[in-house]
Every structure is written in structure tokens, then in C-alpha cells.
Design a protein around this ligand. Structure first.
Ligand SMILES: Nc1ncnc2c1ncn2[C@@H]1O[C@H](COP(=O)(O)OP(=O)(O)OP(=O)(O)O)[C@@H](O)[C@H]1O
Ligand SMILES: [Mg+2]
Length: 234
């Protein structure tokens, strides 16, 4: 179970979750993407499943339907599944015990669970981190993103989630000429760097079309995401 998060909204957590989900599923694994951005659903759009969401995590927790009914199987990527969260609603009664039960059931059915986690250092992060095996932190080259992603990294360390990696997203040539440098970001984070992803409009277009960039057949992005996956699941 891999927790994907950041210290700043818009850094690319959902993009990276969706693309990693596809490459892991393409390696033959059963992969579940679990959208935990409760109230502000993400992953259904990037995975092209927006029109297929009937039930969500809130319906399962509220005993409206079974867990199976909430999970959607991708029709464009074998082995990839999505557990959507509610849109414009919270999940009443979602506590650490309920999450632990949910994840223990899911761990029996999937090889990998990628949890797309909102930006927080609060109790919700703690609940998810308790069950996670690995964390992937996403930062951009913005100083604010680096500083706050480092804060989340430290929080995860305190909670006891030891297996942590980070990705630098939206890298441009111009940004690389300014501070913070890649070296200083690596020093600040002080955990292994799983990969670097450049800023590319095609990634944004692919997300908005509901087809993660790795599904468009670009060998460069397939290689980049396979390398990230290999570093964090090895
Ligand atoms: N490498 C990239 N190149 C270009 N655009 C990108 C890249 N990564 C992400 N984006 C775009 O940046 C925006 C934010 O990305 P994304 O939704 O993945 O971030 P997030 O961290 O999940 O955001 P949120 O905090 O809203 O959940 C989106 O419009 C996405 O398409
Ligand atoms: Mg997101």
C-alpha cells in the first residue's frame, strides 16, 4: 500500500498516482487506486472513469452498498481499479478503525493499493499512514512546495512510516537555473529520489482526456514511470 501525497495542492499527486497505477497494472499486477480526496474527487477524471462512478467510499462506509459495488474496473487498462471518494460530501463516521478495516480487506484483493491522499498533516494522514507500507511524496521546484512537502515527510517519519521516496514534478529548464536546486531539494528531503518529471503540456492534456500519458504509448514516459515504480516497490 503506497500513500501518494504532497505538501502543496496541484503538485501532481493525482497525475503520478494515475500513471503509476497504469504501469504497475501493465506489469501484470492487480492495482487499486484509492481516491482519498474526500469531497473533491480527482482520479476518476484522469482515469477516464468520470461517467462510471455510481457509488463511492461514502456509500460503502454508510452501508448503502457493498465495497465491490463502489470499485470500478478500468476498461482501457487490464488489472487497474478505482475506489472513488464522494464529491461535495464528507464521509460521516470515517475513523481510524473503519479505514484500517477497509485497507485490510483491500490488501487481500490487490497486489498494490495506491492511495491518492489530500494535502494534510492532520489525523487523516495519520490514519492512512498507519496502514501504508510506503510513501511517495510529490514536490515541484517551488520553494513552498518543497518546504511543505518536507513538513509532510517529517510528519510521516514521526508517525513511523519509514519507507519514503519523493518525486520532483513539473521541472522546466528555466526553473532548474534558479533556487532551489535539485541538490538542495534532495538535501532538504533527505529520502531517496524516485524520479523527476518534466513540465509537459501533453501530460495535462492526457489527464484532461482521461488517458494517463503512459497509456498514449510514449516510450519516454513509460520508461520514466517504470523507473519510479521500480524504485519504490523494489
Ligand atoms: N508534469 C506535468 N506537466 C504539465 N502539467 C502537469 C504535470 N503534472 C501535473 N500537471 C497538471 O497540473 C495540475 C495539477 O496536477 P494534479 O491534479 O496531478 O495535482 P494534485 O497534486 O493531485 O492536485 P490537487 O491538490 O488538486 O489534488 C493538473 O492540471 C495536471 O494536469
Ligand atoms: Mg489530486
Amino acid at each position: 500500500m503506497i500513500l501518494v501525497t504532497s505538501g502543496k495542492g496541484g503538485s501532481g499527486t493525482t497525475t503520478i498516482t494515475a500513471n503509476l497505477g497504469v504501469v504497475l497494472a501493465n506489469s501484470g499486477a492487480r492495482v487499486l487506486i484509492c481516491d482519498m480526496n474526500i469531497g473533491l474527487r480527482n482520479d476518476d477524471i484522469y482515469l477516464g472513469m468520470e461517467n462510471r462512478v455510481l457509488f463511492d467510499l461514502g456509500d460503502y462506509i454508510g452501508d448503502v452498498c457493498s465495497l465491490e459495488k463502489t470499485i470500478i474496473e478500468s476498461d482501457s487498462c487490464d488489472g487497474l481499479f478505482l475506489l472513488p471518494c464522494p464529491q461535495c460530501k464528507s464521509v460521516a463516521g470515517l475513523n481510524s478503525q473503519k479505514l484500517a478495516m477497509l485497507f485490510s480487506v483491500l490488501k487481500n484483493s490487490y497486489d498494490y493499493i495506491l492511495v491518492d491522499c489530500p494535502v494534510t498533516i492532520g489525523r487523516f494522514l495519520e490514519y492512512i499512514a498507519e496502514d501504508a507500507d510506503t510513501a511517495l511524496l510529490v514536490t515541484t521546484l517551488d520553494y513552498l512546495s518543497v518546504r511543505n512537502t518536507d513538513a509532510v515527510n517529517r510528519r510521516l517519519d514521526e508517525i513511523g512510516l519509514e519507507d519514503r521516496y519523493f518525486v520532483i514534478n513539473k521541472v522546466t529548464e528555466n526553473a532548474l537555473k534558479r533556487e532551489p536546486s535539485l541538490e538542495s531539494i534532495s538535501q532538504t528531503m533527505d529520502i531517496p529520489l524516485a524520479g523527476i518529471l518534466s513540465y509537459d503540456e501533453d501530460i495535462d492534456f492526457a489527464n484532461n482526456d482521461g488517458t494517463p500519458i503512459v497509456q498514449l504509448g510514449s516510450s519516454y514516459y513509460i520508461k520514466t514511470f517504470i523507473e519510479i515504480a521500480t524504485r519504490i516497490v523494489a
